[in-house]
Design a protein around this ligand. Structure first.
Ligand code: FMN
Length: 385
């Protein structure tokens, strides 16, 4: 059992020796400092969302409409947040969501490696992205004993898609999240205003440029990065139900479908052999539809009918994590918070962000009297106006 609350003790102990916390404690401060630390185009790409960003803001605000009941006379001195996800035991239900440009959020341009190292240090798994600064094979071992997962954008070229999948298997990733909501890039005013596409993602094409199928197709003199940008929809292309059947036939790794928000899609995903549903609206980056991922979660959970349901979009605090778990999510992901930690402090910055989220979540379980993940049920929540 991991004592996540011990991070609080460490911070107070450092204070006794005259050291202030090296990185911000609140998300608001983290965001403010990251905006100053990142190059403007990278900042706009990471922080921005679709349309007027209503959905992106609403994702965060949705958590305020739930309140947690404190339960007294329980005082659990030990808490157990561990979970099982698709056959993999994890010390906590928190994960780092796939972030394609995480590579360029790091000062040295190797953010995927930094995320993997933070994963090794915290036990928080990460999803290596198809869009990565370092090839997936170089990233995987950096996570040490912490299991990692691979996020797949499916290129229209199936031979290339199959190659990415088989490389992920060989590299030891424990599952594949196929991203469904980004087959075309959403309307992103911040990037449009700065003509900022595909400059930022093009720093993260090494899983394509290192791919043997891709390389075999290069002609003498072709520049690999140029060729990807010219010939591939770098976020994948149209992906439909029969494509899913093809993908299912290519791998025995657990398949998680990322971007499912409608219960009918969750039901159909199960029929098509998905191993997990990943309820997300891409942090409001893709379609400014107004419906938050959290609002979609209960119906998706019901339709998933026992399949694990991963969740992300708008999680900013330990309290948000606990609320998503109480609604029924199997595991809860963060996106922008760890990007900002990386921007400020590299591996240490990510570790700080993850340990802070876990410590807050753990302390809420302590104070509110929920000893285990299993005690967090919808009965722990009340809807508030
Ligand atoms: N999701 C993917 O499935 N693949 C990606 O390549 C990807 N790139 C992202 C890049 C950035 C800069 C951000 C912020 C998110 C990206 N996402 C990607 C979405 C995240 O996986 C996740 O769904 C989202 O960030 C969660 O919302 P949050 O940022 O509010 O925590």
């Amino acid at each position: 059992m991991t004592e996540f609350s011990s991070y609080q003790d460490e911070l107070y102990e450092q204070g006794r020796h005259g050291h202030q916390p090296p990185y911000p404690i609140t998300f608001a401060e983290l965001e403010k400092k990251a905006s100053a630390a990142l190059p403007p185009k990278v900042w706009q790409y990471v922080a921005g969302g679709a349309g007027d960003e209503h959905t992106q803001r609403a994702n965060c605000e949705a958590f305020q409409r739930w309140g947690l009941y404190p339960r007294m006379l329980v005082a659990p001195t030990e808490r157990d947040m561990s979970i099982e996800l698709c056959g993999t035991r994890l010390p906590s239900p928190v994960f780092m969501a796939p972030v394609g440009v995480i590579g360029v959020c790091a000062q040295d341009g190797h953010g995927d490696i930094a995320a993997a190292r933070a994963s090794a240090r915290t036990g928080v798994p990460f999803f290596a992205g198809t869009l990565s600064s370092d090839p997936m094979e170089d990233v995987a071992p950096e996570a040490g004993d912490t299991p990692g997962f691979f996020q797949l954008y499916v290129p229209p070229d199936r031979e290339l898609g199959a190659s990415l999948v088989h490389r992920a298997e060989a590299a030891g990733y424990r599952g594949i999240a196929v991203t469904l909501d980004t087959w075309v890039t959403g309307w992103r005013p911040r990037d449009l205003a700065g003509s900022n596409y595909p400059q930022v993602p093009s720093g993260c094409l090494s899983s394509y440029t290192s791919d043997p199928v891709f390389r075999a197709r290069l002609r003498p003199g072709d520049d690999p990065v140029e060729t990807v940008v010219r010939t591939l929809p770098i976020f994948g292309g149209p992906f439909r139900w029969d494509d899913l059947d093809w993908l299912r036939s290519e791998t025995d790794l657990p398949l998680m479908l990322k971007g499912i928000c409608h219960p009918d899609d969750a039901r159909r995903a199960k029929d098509h052999g998905a191993d997990a549903i990943y309820c997300s609206n891409h942090g409001g980056r893709q379609a400014n539809g107004g419906l938050t991922a959290l609002e979609c979660l209960p119906d998706v959970l019901e339709a998933a009918d026992g399949l694990p349901v991963l969740f992300d979009s708008g999680v900013r605090t330990g309290a948000d994590i606990i609320k998503a778990l109480a609604l029924g999510a199997t595991a809860v992901g963060v996106g922008r918070p760890y990007c900002y930690g990386l921007a400020l402090g590299g591996v240490d910055g990510i570790v700080h962000v993850l340990r802070s989220l876990l410590a807050e979540a753990d302390l809420i379980m302590a104070v509110d009297g929920y000893p285990t993940r299993g005690d967090l049920t919808p009965r722990a929540l009340r809807a508030v106006r």
